[in-house]
Ligand binder design. Structure first.
Ligand code: BGC
Length: 451
């Protein structure tokens, strides 16, 4: 397809999405940020209590915890003011077995406390009470920087007894059950916020954080006067949009396909995080698999035959999409490994299917990002906004042309915004330390809990 035709197609398709996102924009203005109306909003727009991006004067030693996928990480991070940098001193990764993702909250937090304890022991840090940034990449209603109630699990987690509870309290209880070490003040951080903050240290115009990985989400700096749920008129606060929930009120039903519906129905959280299920790495492979099965059944592929692997949910991994789009040879290897009887035309069609699904994901993200950028522009009464988005996530990083496609669509949809994209360097680790450092610095300034 020529660039022009492709652009035309992008414009037509995204127009529909934009209409939805514009409606959503009005919706968020009226409902999500409102004092009494936010409970019914699909896009939660959660206040994060992060009131400032870094100004480069932050410093100190911090611990960071990162939970958001199948691995859990502990980090020891030093923020060095003079060199304007964040140094990762050391880190440890602990896996979270599948049974633990579906077990009890107590088991999960005991495992986290154990992993942290082993790390502190290995670093000879057990006697210290360092401030800790906890990147917990799930939707949380934050009451304060150190009080964060889990609204719901996403991305395959479903531990009992955690939804509706304060995650900081559960972490501290697990540490106290052990009794062999303690931690200092805690700052709760969503991964989007960590990403924005880690990029903000390098580029102070970074005011949006976006993740397109196993899950998807974005945060941005909002004028406090618009956040009716938080006291104050002056300054800004970072809002965790939880855009993955867009469509949970049925507003995306016109663009959902039969494949999206199956993905939703067979997930562990049907009916929620509709937008995320159309976009993120946890689901893209499965959408492609369902499409290929349907095309084979309709005799449009593989001479009408399927294979056991193709018929098994989860067997078409999201990383195959990137590999297949990267080259037809990869497509052929993957189709052979999936036990399919393919010919060269099949390989080309499969590549086209992958391209369709990843492009749809990129354009949906672009529509949502364009809405946020325009909102910031309008908030500030500007004709033109120049801003930076800190980005992370495997889909954005690893797919051969996802980032280009997303950026091209944002340029079309937000022509008055000049957006620079900055890939974050370990936002969930170093970024969490940065949030803690900024929070610590501000709190110290006011004369509270300084070490
Ligand atoms: C979570 C968000 C998170 C995103 C990216 C979503 O499932 O709800 O809190 O930021 O995944 O990790």
């Amino acid at each position: 397809m020529t660039t022009n035709r492709k652009q035309q197609k992008t414009t037509i398709e995204t127009h529909k999405i934009m209409t939805e996102t514009e409606n959503n924009h009005k919706y968020t203005q009226n409902d999500s940020l409102g004092k009494h109306s936010h409970h019914r909003a699909a896009v939660k727009m959660l206040p994060t209590f992060v009131r400032a991006t870094p100004d480069g004067t932050e410093k100190g030693d911090y611990l960071a915890l990162d939970l958001g996928g199948t691995n859990f990480r502990v980090l020891y991070v030093r923020v060095v003011e003079e060199q304007q940098k964040v140094v990762k001193m050391d880190s440890k990764i602990c896996s979270i077995p599948q049974e633990m993702m579906l077990g009890t909250g107590e088991q999960l937090f005991d495992h986290i406390a154990q992993c942290l304890g082993e790390f502190l022991e290995s670093q000879d840090l057990k006697g210290q009470t360092l401030p800790l940034g906890f990147t917990f990449s799930f939707p949380c209603e934050q009451k304060e920087i150190d009080k964060s109630i889990l609204i719901r699990w996403t991305k395959g987690f479903s531990c009992s007894g955690v939804e509706g509870q304060d995650v900081v309290k559960l972490l501290k209880e697990a540490i106290h059950r052990r009794g062999d070490y303690d931690i200092g003040s805690v700052a709760m951080v969503n991964d989007t916020v960590g990403t924005m903050m880690s990029c903000g240290y390098r580029d102070q115009s970074c005011e949006i954080g976006m993740i397109i990985g196993t899950g998807t989400n974005a945060c941005y700096m909002e004028e406090i006067k618009n956040v009716k749920r938080v006291e104050g008129e002056d300054g800004r606060m970072c809002i965790n949009t939880e855009w993955g929930g867009f469509g949970d009120d049925g507003s995306l039903k016109d663009i959902l396909t039969e494949f999206d519906e199956v993905v939703d129905q067979t997930s562990i959280n049907p009916g929620v995080h509709t937008f995320e299920k159309m976009i993120s790495g946890m689901y893209l492979g499965e959408i492609v698999r369902l499409l290929l099965v349907k095309m084979a059944e309709d005799k449009l592929l593989f001479k009408g035959e399927t294979s056991e692997a193709l018929l098994t949910p989860g067997q078409f991994e999201t990383k195959y999409i990137s590999e297949i789009e990267d080259g037809l040879e990869n497509a052929q290897k993957i189709l052979t490994a999936l036990g399919l009887n393919w010919d060269p035309v099949d390989a080309c069609v499969v590549r086209l299917v992958c391209d369709t699904i990843s492009s749809r994901s990129a354009r949906l993200c672009a529509a949502a990002l364009a809405t946020i950028s325009n909102r910031i522009r309008v908030n500030r009464g500007l004709d033109h906004l120049k801003t930076t988005v800190g980005v992370d996530g495997t889909v954005y990083r690893k797919h051969p042309n996802f980032s280009e496609e997303l950026q091209a669509a944002v340029r079309l949809l937000a022509p008055k915004c000049d957006i620079t994209f900055l890939v974050s360097e370990d936002g969930s680790g170093k970024g969490a330390a940065m949030v803690t450092a900024v929070a610590h610095q501000n709190v110290c300034f006011l004369g509270f809990f300084c070490s």
